[in-house]
Design a protein around this ligand. Structure first.
Ligand code: FES
Ligand code: FES
Length: 176
Protein backbone atom coordinates (compact mmCIF):
# COMPACT_ATOMS: atom_id res chain seq x y z
CA UNK A 1 0.00 0.00 0.00
CA UNK A 2 1.44 3.40 -0.88
CA UNK A 3 2.34 5.66 2.01
CA UNK A 4 1.21 9.20 2.61
CA UNK A 5 3.43 12.06 3.64
CA UNK A 6 2.16 13.60 6.87
CA UNK A 7 3.32 16.78 8.56
CA UNK A 8 2.01 18.38 11.76
CA UNK A 9 3.08 20.28 14.86
CA UNK A 10 3.74 18.08 17.84
CA UNK A 11 4.34 19.77 21.17
CA UNK A 12 5.33 22.92 19.33
CA UNK A 13 7.75 21.31 16.88
CA UNK A 14 7.11 20.44 13.24
CA UNK A 15 7.32 16.70 12.60
CA UNK A 16 6.75 14.66 9.47
CA UNK A 17 6.81 11.12 8.24
CA UNK A 18 5.26 8.50 6.00
CA UNK A 19 2.29 6.40 6.98
CA UNK A 20 -0.02 3.99 5.26
CA UNK A 21 -3.54 5.45 4.99
CA UNK A 22 -4.81 2.83 7.44
CA UNK A 23 -2.24 3.65 10.14
CA UNK A 24 -3.78 4.97 13.35
CA UNK A 25 -2.49 8.18 14.88
CA UNK A 26 -1.50 6.44 18.12
CA UNK A 27 0.73 4.05 16.17
CA UNK A 28 2.25 6.87 14.16
CA UNK A 29 3.07 8.75 17.37
CA UNK A 30 4.53 5.79 19.20
CA UNK A 31 6.18 3.80 16.43
CA UNK A 32 7.22 6.38 13.86
CA UNK A 33 7.85 9.39 16.08
CA UNK A 34 8.82 7.48 19.27
CA UNK A 35 6.50 9.63 21.36
CA UNK A 36 5.40 7.10 23.93
CA UNK A 37 3.43 9.26 26.39
CA UNK A 38 0.09 8.35 24.82
CA UNK A 39 -0.59 4.70 25.70
CA UNK A 40 -2.46 1.98 23.87
CA UNK A 41 -5.16 0.42 26.03
CA UNK A 42 -8.31 -0.78 24.33
CA UNK A 43 -7.87 0.55 20.77
CA UNK A 44 -11.66 0.82 20.64
CA UNK A 45 -12.02 4.39 21.98
CA UNK A 46 -13.21 3.32 25.42
CA UNK A 47 -10.31 3.76 27.82
CA UNK A 48 -8.79 7.14 26.97
CA UNK A 49 -5.19 6.01 27.53
CA UNK A 50 -4.32 7.30 24.06
CA UNK A 51 -5.81 10.79 24.58
CA UNK A 52 -3.99 13.65 22.90
CA UNK A 53 -4.93 17.27 22.32
CA UNK A 54 -5.58 17.96 18.65
CA UNK A 55 -6.37 21.49 17.52
CA UNK A 56 -7.69 22.34 20.97
CA UNK A 57 -9.83 19.26 21.48
CA UNK A 58 -9.25 16.06 23.41
CA UNK A 59 -9.20 13.16 20.99
CA UNK A 60 -8.57 9.48 21.37
CA UNK A 61 -5.70 8.89 19.01
CA UNK A 62 -6.74 5.26 18.43
CA UNK A 63 -9.83 6.50 16.65
CA UNK A 64 -8.07 8.71 14.11
CA UNK A 65 -5.96 7.80 11.14
CA UNK A 66 -2.53 9.42 11.19
CA UNK A 67 -3.26 11.09 7.87
CA UNK A 68 -6.20 12.92 9.47
CA UNK A 69 -3.69 14.78 11.64
CA UNK A 70 -1.93 16.27 8.64
CA UNK A 71 -1.53 20.01 9.27
CA UNK A 72 -2.81 19.78 12.85
CA UNK A 73 -1.33 20.96 16.14
CA UNK A 74 -1.03 18.09 18.61
CA UNK A 75 -0.06 18.15 22.27
CA UNK A 76 0.77 15.03 24.23
CA UNK A 77 1.67 14.71 27.90
CA UNK A 78 5.30 15.34 26.92
CA UNK A 79 4.26 18.83 25.83
CA UNK A 80 2.81 19.72 29.22
CA UNK A 81 6.12 20.05 31.04
CA UNK A 82 7.55 23.48 31.82
CA UNK A 83 9.96 24.94 29.23
CA UNK A 84 12.91 23.97 31.47
CA UNK A 85 11.81 20.32 31.47
CA UNK A 86 10.45 20.27 35.01
CA UNK A 87 6.95 18.95 35.68
CA UNK A 88 4.10 21.23 34.63
CA UNK A 89 1.45 22.21 37.16
CA UNK A 90 -0.92 19.34 36.34
CA UNK A 91 1.89 16.81 36.34
CA UNK A 92 3.17 18.14 39.67
CA UNK A 93 -0.30 18.04 41.25
CA UNK A 94 -0.79 14.43 40.12
CA UNK A 95 2.53 13.61 41.80
CA UNK A 96 1.77 15.54 44.96
CA UNK A 97 -1.79 14.24 45.40
CA UNK A 98 -0.99 10.65 44.41
CA UNK A 99 -3.24 10.86 41.38
CA UNK A 100 -1.79 7.68 39.96
CA UNK A 101 -0.83 4.17 40.91
CA UNK A 102 0.30 2.04 37.97
CA UNK A 103 0.41 5.17 35.78
CA UNK A 104 -1.02 3.57 32.67
CA UNK A 105 -3.97 5.95 32.40
CA UNK A 106 -1.97 8.96 33.57
CA UNK A 107 -0.68 10.51 30.33
CA UNK A 108 -4.14 10.43 28.78
CA UNK A 109 -5.75 11.59 32.01
CA UNK A 110 -3.39 14.57 32.37
CA UNK A 111 -3.79 15.52 28.71
CA UNK A 112 -7.55 15.37 29.11
CA UNK A 113 -7.37 17.40 32.34
CA UNK A 114 -5.30 20.01 30.52
CA UNK A 115 -8.06 20.56 27.96
CA UNK A 116 -10.72 20.50 30.67
CA UNK A 117 -8.97 23.33 32.55
CA UNK A 118 -8.47 25.29 29.35
CA UNK A 119 -12.19 25.14 28.72
CA UNK A 120 -13.26 25.58 32.33
CA UNK A 121 -10.53 27.06 34.56
CA UNK A 122 -12.67 26.84 37.72
CA UNK A 123 -14.48 23.51 37.53
CA UNK A 124 -16.50 22.04 40.37
CA UNK A 125 -15.71 18.53 41.56
CA UNK A 126 -18.74 17.29 39.63
CA UNK A 127 -17.54 19.00 36.45
CA UNK A 128 -14.11 17.42 36.83
CA UNK A 129 -15.65 13.98 37.28
CA UNK A 130 -17.83 14.48 34.23
CA UNK A 131 -14.91 15.95 32.25
CA UNK A 132 -12.71 12.90 32.76
CA UNK A 133 -15.48 10.37 32.33
CA UNK A 134 -14.05 9.26 28.99
CA UNK A 135 -10.77 8.27 30.65
CA UNK A 136 -10.75 5.07 32.64
CA UNK A 137 -8.50 4.32 35.60
CA UNK A 138 -8.40 0.83 37.04
CA UNK A 139 -6.33 1.67 40.11
CA UNK A 140 -7.11 4.86 41.92
CA UNK A 141 -10.89 5.04 42.30
CA UNK A 142 -10.51 8.53 40.80
CA UNK A 143 -10.53 10.26 44.19
CA UNK A 144 -6.96 11.53 44.05
CA UNK A 145 -7.13 12.24 40.32
CA UNK A 146 -10.00 14.62 40.99
CA UNK A 147 -8.12 16.17 43.92
CA UNK A 148 -5.06 16.67 41.71
CA UNK A 149 -7.04 18.37 38.95
CA UNK A 150 -8.83 20.68 41.39
CA UNK A 151 -5.49 21.56 43.01
CA UNK A 152 -4.00 22.28 39.60
CA UNK A 153 -6.93 24.57 38.77
CA UNK A 154 -6.34 26.45 42.01
CA UNK A 155 -2.62 26.86 41.31
CA UNK A 156 -3.11 27.93 37.73
CA UNK A 157 -5.68 30.53 38.76
CA UNK A 158 -3.43 31.83 41.54
CA UNK A 159 -0.61 32.37 39.04
CA UNK A 160 -2.76 34.15 36.49
CA UNK A 161 -1.89 37.80 35.88
CA UNK A 162 -4.29 40.17 37.63
CA UNK A 163 -7.06 41.53 35.43
CA UNK A 164 -6.58 45.06 34.07
CA UNK A 165 -9.03 46.54 36.63
CA UNK A 166 -7.14 44.82 39.46
CA UNK A 167 -3.86 46.07 38.00
CA UNK A 168 -5.23 49.62 37.84
CA UNK A 169 -6.37 49.26 41.45
CA UNK A 170 -2.88 48.17 42.48
CA UNK A 171 -1.32 51.12 40.66
CA UNK A 172 -3.69 53.50 42.41
CA UNK A 173 -2.79 51.98 45.76
CA UNK A 174 0.92 52.21 44.92
CA UNK A 175 0.56 55.86 43.97
CA UNK A 176 -1.20 56.75 47.23
S1 FES B 1 -6.51 3.01 23.39
FE1 FES B 1 -7.64 4.67 22.58
S2 FES B 1 -9.36 4.81 23.86
FE2 FES B 1 -8.33 3.04 24.59
S1 FES C 1 -3.24 4.57 37.72
FE1 FES C 1 -3.45 2.54 36.98
S2 FES C 1 -4.96 2.72 35.48
FE2 FES C 1 -4.96 4.66 36.42
Amino acid sequence: MSKMHIKFHLNGQEVEGLAEPRMLLIHFLRENLKVTGPHIGCETSHCGACTVDLNGKSVKSCTLFACQADGAAITTVEGLTNPDGTLGVLQEMFREHHGLQCGFCTPGMITRAHRLLQENPTPTEEEVRFGISGNLCRCTGYQNIVKAILAAAEQLNAHKAPSSSEAVGQNVEAAE
